[in-house]
Ligand binder design. Sequence first.
Ligand code: I6G
Length: 669
Amino acid sequence: MSIKKYQSRVESLREQINHHNYQYYVLDTPDIPDAEYDRLLRELQEIEQAHPEIISPDSPTQRVGAKPLERFSEIKHEVPMLSLGNAFNEKELRDFDRRILDKLEIDNFEYVGEPKLDGLAITIMYRDGILDYGATRGDGTTGEDVTQNIRTIKTVPLKLSGNGWPKVLEVRGEVFISHQGFKLLNESQVKKEEKTFANPRNAAAGSLRQLDSRITATRPLEIFFYGLGKVDGNNLSLSHFETLKKLQAWGLRISPEARLLKNVQACLDYYKKILKVRDSLPYEIDGVVFKVNLYDLQKKMGQVARAPRWAIAHKFPAAEEMTRLLSIDVQVGRTGKITPVARLEPVTVAGVTVSNATLHNQDEIDRKDVRVGDMVIVRRAGDVIPEVVSAIKSKRKKGARRYKMPTSCPVCGSDIVTLEGEAHARCSGGLYCSAQRVEAIKHFASRRAMDIEGLGDKLVEQLDEKGLVQDVSGLFGLKLKQLSELDRMGEKSANNILLALEKTKSTTLDRFLFALGIRQVGEATASALAQHFGNLDEIMRANLESLVVVPDVGPVVAENIKQFFRDRHNQSVIRKLIKAGVHWPANPVKITNQKLKGKTFVLTGTLVSMSRENAKSRLKACGAKVSSSVSKKTDYVVAGENPGSKMSKAEALDVKVINEKTLGKMLVE
Ligand code: I6G
């Protein structure tokens, strides 16, 4: 065959195969027999083998996997990958709808409903219609580069079909394995005498995170696309539903169950309908997702922490099973919280083997009257920790005794105390208790906190057992020799840990605050604190009054923050961390928009929640002017404690006077 001839044959074969892939995988309506499809693919493979120079990365033959990787590299998501808030019942869904109605002040808008697959979120970037890379969700900001694996998924086009796609198109979806795929995969694992998977989700996760993509290529991974990341070069559409239709036209498989719904009642009907057909769907779902359809409205709703305010997952009821309660142990958490854990005869609940479940606290155990030896009902809901729901008293053996929690910590022997108003008991050992110490270090090193690569839970446990770290600051004093003498640790890995520690010294105030592990201070609160105060000193010095001004911080959280920073030991750890070189940019106040542009503020009296300098720089960051005297041109006078004459002048000139709390809100909203 002449070069020209086989080139045109190759093009024709690729086109035909792509067309049949689209019919088969996206539309679910194959238009040729399998044998004919196989013949076309084989012919293309043969020509490409004979002329390797014509192989292109988007050829349909290029899905077989590539050389194994040593590790995945990281990919930063330009548009963060959010997670979804949950509604567990009708009321919570109606509350969600009400929040939207109130905020948008309209009473007529549509939703889109889609099933929520029990899989893994991924993002795929297409540039000029060609698959560029694929990444896992990771912590929402940074994921792992799993391009080689994504390329092996037959339902992922290597090249988009049709036309009109934007130059840069990042699409998001859920990777999963169907019930049938799971069954065949486990049968094949048994045949190969390899480990079987507990459920389709684990199988999908294990397959997607395979370093050897040739193995991934043998796994029955599938995908549904449900949204967008970064899009450039073309205005895609005005609504989510239109986007879904476009994605489908470009060969990206969307859920066949996606529906446009006219109001919250239609959402509730949709939920019931999908719940009814749940067991007959070929894949596992754990609820449905509702999204406001119009992008304009989505934009107006915005997001809170890491979840959009315009979307929600309405979860299906949890699965429940019966099993025997063998014993009750207590676990000590990072903050000393004591949790009774039920050790159970293993039972499969919604596809997952459960042998431990939480009993929450002594009150719950008393209320449910759960006793060792009882047959109990265990519930598992999605990714939530399984719990013991109730005991079957009719099956209780004679002599079964009520359970009482120990009065001293099983790890350090300190007293267990229950503070007034708290449901949970706590070990009073503080960082003397190795369980708390270890958990605090694990948290500090974790991905969302300081993100110390390679410093996993097992390693932290070893460091503690060998007495190598007394608190988190000790990590930065570790020596190569100490690390390389640990189990399963060579000099190279030890060196990598030291490099990772060095790297994490350069951090952000948000991360650092979260990493400290202050009770009830999650990522969102840590961020709010960093943004509000601007620097650590002010947070450490803040009193309760000034803390409660911060969004997300109520009196209990404020008390926790205050107590944490009042503690001498914590102060000393922070000093040691800073001395070791941990640092962050001086002022993380984000100049994100100019929402107060053109407004003039005057400050009077003593501000308690932030220093005057900080208030000024934050106002300026938002585009406002800060003036020292009140005039007719002043828009707001901020009155702190003991305001001076500026306050009376403001009143005389009819200038609006606001308090610090209102100022705090204006700065962050
Ligand atoms: O995790 C998810 C599953 C399904 C989603 C999602 C979804 O839509 C059908 N949509 C969004 C916007 C997000 N997560 C953040």
